[in-house]
Unconditional design. Structure first.
Length: 203
């Protein structure tokens, strides 16, 4: 999202199966995870750090304005804090992990996740208030961070068909939050080319 919106040319390499094992063994992903951003022969890891790196180059993380940068960081930190309180399975894993399985989520699981999502909406709306974007008049890295989350759940049109009921319930719930829903519309317009061409959603 950040690279596309910033009009920064890039090559999107996906690694799966054997190619992932080869890439992991290459030493190019220092923490053994993706994503990895390769720039000028250097391999950068950790999503949040990568996003800030891109934001500094594109202007979406305006380092000359320390108060705006603090607010942007606080939005991302709040998202991280909220993720720690997401509902868990009996084994202690995030409940949404079940989305990757072959079976549709049960009504009970959907309700549990939805209640957590509503807390997320309220927190994000409270931070956004009357701003056009979290970054002010234009999207910031905080907007991309939140947008990746919303467009994986409430606005995901390319998710697993077996979980269509999950997306429908969340989409309807987001529409009840006028502030965050309107922001999601604005982000959809900002990222319309990216969203039209992105691959199937992770979830």
């Amino acid at each position: 999202m950040a690279l596309s919106h910033g009009k920064i040319e890039f090559e999107d390499n996906r690694v799966t199966g054997a190619s992932w094992a080869e890439f992991k063994a290459s030493g190019k992903c220092a923490n053994g995870q993706v994503p990895v951003l390769e720039v000028e022969g250097k391999f950068l890891n950790q999503s949040e750090a990568i996003l800030r790196f891109i934001g500094r180059r594109s202007g979406a993380y305006p380092v000359s304005d320390e108060f705006t940068c603090h607010f942007i960081d606080s939005v991302i930190n709040t998202c991280d804090d909220l993720s720690k309180g997401e509902p868990k399975t009996a084994e202690g894993k995030p409940l949404y992990i079940k989305m990757f399985g072959p079976n549709p989520l049960s009504a009970e699981d959907v309700t549990s996740i939805l209640e957590s999502r509503k807390v997320y909406y309220a927190k994000m709306s409270g931070l956004l208030k009357d701003k056009k974007f979290f970054g002010g008049e234009k999207p910031s890295i905080a907007d991309f961070w939140v947008c990746a989350n919303i467009y994986s759940w409430e606005r995901n049109t390319k998710g697993k068909e077996s979980q269509a009921h999950v997306y429908a319930v969340h989409k309807a719930a987001l529409e009840e939050d006028s502030i965050l829903n309107a922001w999601a519309d604005r982000m959809g317009e900002e990222l319309k080319d990216y969203l039209a061409n992105r691959g199937a959603g992770t979830l």
